[in-house]
Ligand binder design. Structure first.
Ligand code: PDD
Length: 284
């Protein structure tokens, strides 16, 4: 919901969120024709910012959309939005859409892309949920076939998450061809005999920036990460499970469907990886 005291960025202007407006003809609204990024903010600083900008650039390229301002400027504006809203712990959201055009399926000849941003203070470092862990429900992956592109077409993910919540769970793990692809808005992992497993990168999943940072941190700490798919049954029998995302960082998963993961509390490797990630983020 817009908050009047918060400042959003809309196509070159910093405005009160309740004054922030986009046309009904914007292709992001009519076609889901846009790309977004969510970057964590810790101690007032953007975390994994280079990785988020690199992924933004790639996603835009994949849908043949030029950003309205250079990527470096987008990065600087994000920092400004965080500062103007005095966000110390939380996140900043940015979206580039193909802009306003007559409603027609082909891309407009001379697009004027829209760029919007907003930020939120959301304490997420020391939370009850991260101490306790979450329970996920498996669900068929109903999304399109280019999940490596971070588009705003999020209806299938929203439906999966809502169905999980309606059934009394915290989130959904999506399953395709007998294997977990990823969470509704996060990457999925299990730990077996000290080895961390997560699905390899392909068009089946989003290449998470948190995933990338976590794999590097694990390597530095001699924690083995194997990039290969796993089934829901493997996950239910695993010692530990967790998810990663800009909004959760590293979040323990303690239940999958009706199974308890490990002893039902966050596992030691999961806790270690969460600590390592937060320490690295704080160190800048
Ligand atoms: N979601 N997979 C999917 C489908 C995602 O939507 C996300 C992020 C991730 C994790 O990526 P990262 O570590 O770069 O946040 C994986 C964001 C947080 C969102 O939609 O709010």
């Amino acid at each position: 919901m817009p908050v009047a005291s918060q400042i959003a960025y809309v196509n070159g202007d910093f405005v009160s969120e309740d004054q922030a407006k986009i046309s009904i003809f914007d292709r992001g609204f009519l076609f889901g024709d846009g790309i977004y990024e969510v970057t964590p903010v810790i101690d007032g600083r953007l975390v994994d910012r280079a990785a988020h900008m690199q992924r933004l650039k790639r996603s835009l390229g994949e849908i043949r959309l030029e950003p309205p301002v250079p990527i470096d400027d987008i990065d600087a504006i994000q920092e400004d939005v965080v500062r103007r809203n005095s966000v110390t712990e939380g996140r900043v959201y940015l979206q580039v859409s193909r802009g306003v055009a007559e409603r027609d399926f082909p891309f407009p000849q001379d697009p004027k892309p829209s760029l919007i941003m907003f930020a939120r203070q959301v304490p997420f470092l020391d939370t009850e949920t991260s101490r306790r862990g979450i329970r996920v429900k498996t669900a068929p992956d109903l999304r399109w076939k280019r999940r490596d592109i971070k588009t705003v077409m999020l209806l299938a993910s929203a439906m999966a998450k809502q169905e999980a919540i309606d059934a009394g769970f915290d989130d959904a793990w999506m399953v395709e061809d007998g294997h977990v692809t990823e969470g509704s808005s996060n990457n999925a992992y299990i730990v077996e005999n000290g080895v961390v497993r997560t699905r390899h990168l392909s068009t089946d999943i989003l290449p998470g920036c948190t995933r990338r940072a976590l794999i590097a941190l694990a390597a530095e700490s001699d924690i083995v990460v194997e990039e290969r798919p796993f089934s829901p049954d493997e996950a239910k029998a695993a010692d530990e499970a967790f998810i990663t995302s800009a909004t959760n960082l590293v979040m323990p998963v303690v239940g999958i469907d009706d199974a308890t993961v490990g002893d039902g509390t966050p596992g030691p490797i999961t806790k270690r990886l969460r600590e390592l990630y937060i320490m690295a983020a704080k160190a800048g």
